[in-house]
Write a protein that binds this ligand. Structure first.
Ligand SMILES: [Mg+2]
Ligand SMILES: [Zn+2]
Length: 184
Protein backbone atom coordinates (compact mmCIF):
# COMPACT_ATOMS: atom_id res chain seq x y z
CA UNK A 1 0.00 0.00 0.00
CA UNK A 2 1.34 3.42 -0.96
CA UNK A 3 0.93 6.67 0.97
CA UNK A 4 -2.65 7.97 0.58
CA UNK A 5 -1.43 11.15 -1.08
CA UNK A 6 0.22 9.37 -4.02
CA UNK A 7 -1.49 10.74 -7.11
CA UNK A 8 -1.68 9.81 -10.79
CA UNK A 9 -2.68 12.53 -13.25
CA UNK A 10 -4.52 11.37 -16.36
CA UNK A 11 -5.41 12.99 -19.63
CA UNK A 12 -9.02 12.11 -20.48
CA UNK A 13 -9.57 11.55 -24.22
CA UNK A 14 -7.48 8.72 -25.63
CA UNK A 15 -6.49 7.57 -22.14
CA UNK A 16 -9.69 6.90 -20.14
CA UNK A 17 -12.20 7.11 -22.98
CA UNK A 18 -12.02 6.76 -26.75
CA UNK A 19 -10.97 9.85 -28.67
CA UNK A 20 -13.50 10.91 -31.29
CA UNK A 21 -12.99 12.73 -34.57
CA UNK A 22 -14.07 16.15 -33.34
CA UNK A 23 -14.51 15.99 -29.57
CA UNK A 24 -16.73 14.13 -27.12
CA UNK A 25 -19.86 16.29 -27.31
CA UNK A 26 -22.41 14.27 -25.36
CA UNK A 27 -22.72 11.73 -22.57
CA UNK A 28 -23.52 9.00 -25.10
CA UNK A 29 -20.33 9.77 -27.04
CA UNK A 30 -18.24 9.12 -23.91
CA UNK A 31 -17.07 5.51 -24.27
CA UNK A 32 -14.46 4.07 -21.91
CA UNK A 33 -11.45 2.38 -23.49
CA UNK A 34 -11.17 -1.38 -22.83
CA UNK A 35 -9.78 -1.98 -19.35
CA UNK A 36 -9.61 1.69 -18.31
CA UNK A 37 -12.37 1.54 -15.67
CA UNK A 38 -10.83 -1.60 -14.17
CA UNK A 39 -7.43 0.13 -14.12
CA UNK A 40 -8.93 3.05 -12.18
CA UNK A 41 -10.47 0.61 -9.71
CA UNK A 42 -7.10 -1.08 -9.22
CA UNK A 43 -5.47 2.27 -8.51
CA UNK A 44 -8.09 3.05 -5.90
CA UNK A 45 -7.71 -0.32 -4.21
CA UNK A 46 -3.95 0.23 -4.04
CA UNK A 47 -4.43 3.64 -2.40
CA UNK A 48 -3.63 5.89 -5.37
CA UNK A 49 -5.59 9.05 -5.98
CA UNK A 50 -6.55 9.81 -9.59
CA UNK A 51 -7.02 13.31 -11.01
CA UNK A 52 -7.72 14.39 -14.59
CA UNK A 53 -6.27 17.26 -16.66
CA UNK A 54 -8.06 17.71 -19.98
CA UNK A 55 -8.07 20.20 -22.87
CA UNK A 56 -11.66 20.77 -24.00
CA UNK A 57 -11.38 23.50 -26.62
CA UNK A 58 -14.69 22.25 -28.08
CA UNK A 59 -16.28 24.61 -25.55
CA UNK A 60 -14.46 27.65 -27.03
CA UNK A 61 -15.30 26.39 -30.52
CA UNK A 62 -19.00 26.19 -29.65
CA UNK A 63 -19.20 22.40 -30.10
CA UNK A 64 -20.51 21.86 -26.57
CA UNK A 65 -21.47 24.03 -23.62
CA UNK A 66 -19.84 24.09 -20.19
CA UNK A 67 -23.01 22.49 -18.90
CA UNK A 68 -22.70 19.63 -21.39
CA UNK A 69 -19.04 19.21 -20.43
CA UNK A 70 -20.06 19.07 -16.76
CA UNK A 71 -22.68 16.39 -17.58
CA UNK A 72 -20.08 14.32 -19.42
CA UNK A 73 -17.77 14.56 -16.40
CA UNK A 74 -20.57 13.66 -14.02
CA UNK A 75 -21.31 10.61 -16.17
CA UNK A 76 -17.63 9.66 -16.34
CA UNK A 77 -17.23 9.90 -12.55
CA UNK A 78 -20.39 7.81 -12.13
CA UNK A 79 -19.08 5.09 -14.44
CA UNK A 80 -15.71 5.12 -12.68
CA UNK A 81 -17.37 4.90 -9.24
CA UNK A 82 -19.64 2.07 -10.40
CA UNK A 83 -16.55 0.11 -11.45
CA UNK A 84 -14.91 0.67 -8.06
CA UNK A 85 -12.62 3.60 -8.93
CA UNK A 86 -12.67 7.28 -8.08
CA UNK A 87 -11.66 10.54 -9.73
CA UNK A 88 -10.57 13.05 -7.10
CA UNK A 89 -10.58 16.19 -9.26
CA UNK A 90 -10.91 17.26 -12.89
CA UNK A 91 -9.24 20.35 -14.32
CA UNK A 92 -10.46 21.32 -17.80
CA UNK A 93 -9.16 23.98 -20.16
CA UNK A 94 -12.14 25.17 -22.19
CA UNK A 95 -10.18 27.84 -24.07
CA UNK A 96 -9.21 27.80 -27.72
CA UNK A 97 -5.58 27.53 -28.87
CA UNK A 98 -5.48 31.23 -29.82
CA UNK A 99 -6.46 32.44 -26.34
CA UNK A 100 -2.96 31.92 -24.84
CA UNK A 101 -4.59 31.04 -21.52
CA UNK A 102 -1.78 29.29 -19.66
CA UNK A 103 -3.94 26.28 -18.80
CA UNK A 104 -4.21 24.68 -22.23
CA UNK A 105 -1.66 21.86 -22.47
CA UNK A 106 1.30 21.96 -23.35
CA UNK A 107 1.19 24.70 -20.68
CA UNK A 108 1.31 23.34 -17.11
CA UNK A 109 -1.62 25.47 -15.80
CA UNK A 110 -4.08 22.58 -15.35
CA UNK A 111 -1.56 20.73 -13.19
CA UNK A 112 -1.05 23.89 -11.12
CA UNK A 113 -4.84 24.20 -10.73
CA UNK A 114 -4.96 20.63 -9.46
CA UNK A 115 -2.13 21.37 -7.03
CA UNK A 116 -4.06 24.33 -5.58
CA UNK A 117 -7.22 22.27 -5.24
CA UNK A 118 -5.41 19.39 -3.55
CA UNK A 119 -3.29 21.75 -1.48
CA UNK A 120 -0.04 20.00 -2.31
CA UNK A 121 2.60 19.54 -4.94
CA UNK A 122 2.25 17.08 -7.81
CA UNK A 123 5.99 17.11 -8.52
CA UNK A 124 7.10 13.66 -9.67
CA UNK A 125 3.52 12.41 -10.01
CA UNK A 126 3.07 10.27 -13.14
CA UNK A 127 1.11 12.13 -15.85
CA UNK A 128 -0.39 9.72 -18.40
CA UNK A 129 -1.32 11.09 -21.82
CA UNK A 130 -1.61 10.16 -25.48
CA UNK A 131 -0.46 13.42 -27.11
CA UNK A 132 2.87 15.22 -27.17
CA UNK A 133 1.33 18.23 -25.41
CA UNK A 134 0.55 15.97 -22.43
CA UNK A 135 4.22 15.01 -22.22
CA UNK A 136 5.24 18.67 -22.51
CA UNK A 137 2.80 19.78 -19.80
CA UNK A 138 4.04 16.99 -17.54
CA UNK A 139 7.68 18.08 -18.00
CA UNK A 140 6.82 21.75 -17.48
CA UNK A 141 5.16 20.93 -14.14
CA UNK A 142 7.89 18.57 -12.96
CA UNK A 143 5.74 15.45 -13.34
CA UNK A 144 6.82 12.10 -14.80
CA UNK A 145 5.66 11.93 -18.44
CA UNK A 146 4.00 8.64 -19.42
CA UNK A 147 2.70 7.87 -22.92
CA UNK A 148 0.01 5.31 -23.73
CA UNK A 149 -0.47 3.91 -27.25
CA UNK A 150 -4.25 4.40 -27.16
CA UNK A 151 -5.92 7.45 -28.76
CA UNK A 152 -3.25 9.47 -30.59
CA UNK A 153 -0.54 7.55 -28.75
CA UNK A 154 0.88 5.43 -31.57
CA UNK A 155 1.34 8.48 -33.75
CA UNK A 156 2.80 10.43 -30.82
CA UNK A 157 5.28 7.65 -30.18
CA UNK A 158 6.63 8.08 -33.74
CA UNK A 159 6.95 11.86 -33.77
CA UNK A 160 7.36 13.14 -30.21
CA UNK A 161 10.43 13.75 -28.07
CA UNK A 162 10.34 10.70 -25.81
CA UNK A 163 13.24 11.64 -23.53
CA UNK A 164 12.35 10.65 -19.99
CA UNK A 165 9.03 9.17 -21.19
CA UNK A 166 7.89 5.65 -20.37
CA UNK A 167 5.52 4.08 -22.92
CA UNK A 168 2.75 1.51 -22.34
CA UNK A 169 0.13 -0.06 -24.58
CA UNK A 170 -2.72 1.39 -22.54
CA UNK A 171 -3.76 2.61 -19.10
CA UNK A 172 -4.23 -0.95 -17.92
CA UNK A 173 -0.61 -1.83 -18.78
CA UNK A 174 0.67 1.33 -17.07
CA UNK A 175 -1.28 0.59 -13.89
CA UNK A 176 -0.15 -3.02 -13.84
CA UNK A 177 3.46 -1.86 -13.98
CA UNK A 178 2.97 0.96 -11.47
CA UNK A 179 1.39 -1.35 -8.90
CA UNK A 180 3.96 -4.07 -9.55
CA UNK A 181 6.73 -1.54 -8.97
CA UNK A 182 5.28 -0.13 -5.80
CA UNK A 183 4.58 -3.46 -4.15
CA UNK A 184 8.04 -4.80 -5.01
MG1 LIG B 1 -5.74 12.88 -25.19
ZN1 LIG C 1 -7.11 27.35 -20.82
Amino acid sequence: MVAPTATVILDRDGVINADTVECVRSVSAWQPLPGSLEALAQLRRAGWQVVVATNQSGVARGLLSRRELASIHEHMCGEVNAAGGAIGAIASCTHGPEECCGCRKPAPGLIHQLESRLGRSLQDAPFVGDAERDLQAARAAGCRPVLVRTGKGRRTEKVADLSGVTVYDDLRAFVRCLLGETSA
